[in-house]
Ligand binder design. Structure first.
Ligand SMILES: [Zn+2]
Length: 382
């Protein structure tokens, strides 16, 4: 199996004995309450999902990532993982101090040992990350809601802050063991933010022809209004896998994070995270992690090419659709017919159909998947 990114699978969980000690001194520290997205980042740092990162990024790593898509050490990394704090707290926080961290409900989850406190330019950061400062871009909007200072430093997590949330909540340590037990030497990762349609299935199964296992990992967490809810995506996949996939060749797990809509950079991020989970290959779709028309369809591919070998192989796929002449799901590479025979599984159109309580055509979405999704209380983010 592949080495984790940066070669070491990070573990920032403290053992229970040490945890008692840390907990007892917790109230001595100023504390920061994390929102849900930051809590996910904290958990991912602790479990090694973001290896080699062992904490929130300090100033040097942050600037290097934003400007050059690498950490200060030279290891490729495309997305800042940062903890933002308000000016008053920044004024009274010095490197060398320890801050306590709380979950959104106030529960202590761990600490950060501060090594830098710095101000950053939101506009410059957005320009580099998203290629735009347009407030209509959801990634820009999220950045604008952040506080003006960032605090960097390694973290320590209380073991119970990482409690498993359901059977699809697996850490990289666990998936690596699982893939090994299943005898998978090659594993392809699939990132998604959608209820599965037939073209997704086509991509996954095309890739699975070449590797030992498939790791389907929907991104769970903050999305924009109109996107599918986490519950709808997971239920849709549970049904699809049960009915149409060989169980011994597929693992379904959550990636607790959020969509950043950072296009090519997010595609690279998604690949590196899956490398840490133990994947050897990663499916990069057209306009991966895109939104509106901020990115070109093949920009992600260009970024992967520019970065070079990252230790996980990106697999690029042509756009897939239903062709009535071929009578099946095909891609533009293998279908000779013109567009009058093609029915595209447009995400927007499928969402529109489902939101009206209707089932999409079976050529585009498995009826069992549609049925499952339509039985969920909240299918879309409001
Ligand atoms: Zn055709």
């Amino acid at each position: 199996m592949l080495h984790p990114h940066g070669n070491t699978l990070v573990d920032r969980t403290v053992d229970p004995a040490r945890s008692t000690q840390l907990r007892e001194s917790f109230t001595d520290h100023t504390t920061v309450t994390l929102d849900q997205t930051l809590l996910f980042d904290f958990q991912n740092l602790a479990r090694g999902v973001y290896s080699p990162l062992d904490g929130f990024m300090g100033r040097n790593d942050f600037l290097k990532v934003v400007n050059d898509v690498t950490l200060e050490s030279g290891v490729p990394w495309p997305i800042p993982v940062v903890l933002d704090i308000e000016t008053e707290l920044a004024d009274e926080t010095e490197p060398g101090e320890r801050l306590g961290l709380r979950a959104p409900d106030g529960t202590p989850v761990g600490v950060v040992d501060v090594d830098s406190v710095y101000r950053y330019s939101q506009a410059e950061t957005c320009e580099r990350l998203f290629g735009t400062t347009d407030p209509d871009h959801p990634g820009v909007r999220a950045m604008e809601n952040k506080a003006p200072f960032l605090v960097g430093g390694s973290i320590k997590a209380f073991a119970d802050a990482l409690a498993r949330e359901g059977r699809h909540d697996l850490s990289p340590r666990e998936t690596r063991v699982l893939f090994g037990q299943r005898g998978w030497e090659t594993v392809v990762g699939f990132q998604t933010r959608n209820v599965p349609h037939r073209a997704h299935e086509y991509l996954q199964k095309s890739a699975l022809e070449h590797v030992d296992g498939l790791f389907v990992q929907p991104k769970i967490g903050q999305k924009k209004p109109g996107d599918y809810t986490d519950a709808a995506i997971l239920a849709g996949y549970e049904t699809l896998l049960e009915e149409y996939y060989p169980a011994e060749l597929v693992t379904l797990a959550m990636f607790k994070s959020r969509m950043m809509y950072a296009g090519p950079r997010e595609a690279l991020f998604d690949a590196l995270v899956r490398k840490n989970y133990g994947c050897t290959h990663f499916i990069v779709g057209r306009d991966h992690a895109g939104v509106a028309d901020y990115y070109d369809d093949f920009e992600a591919q260009q970024l992967f090419d520019a970065i070079g070998d990252i230790g996980i192989e990106p697999l690029y796929y042509h756009y897939a659709f239903y062709c009535s002449a071929c009578d099946g799901i095909v891609s533009e590479k293998v279908c000779p017919h013109d567009s009058s025979s093609h029915v595209e599984p447009s995400g927007t159109a499928l969402r529109h159909t489902l939101s009206g309580g209707e089932r999409p055509p079976p050529e585009l979405m498995r009826p069992e998947v549609a049925e499952t999704v339509l039985n969920i209380d909240e299918v879309f983010v409001e």
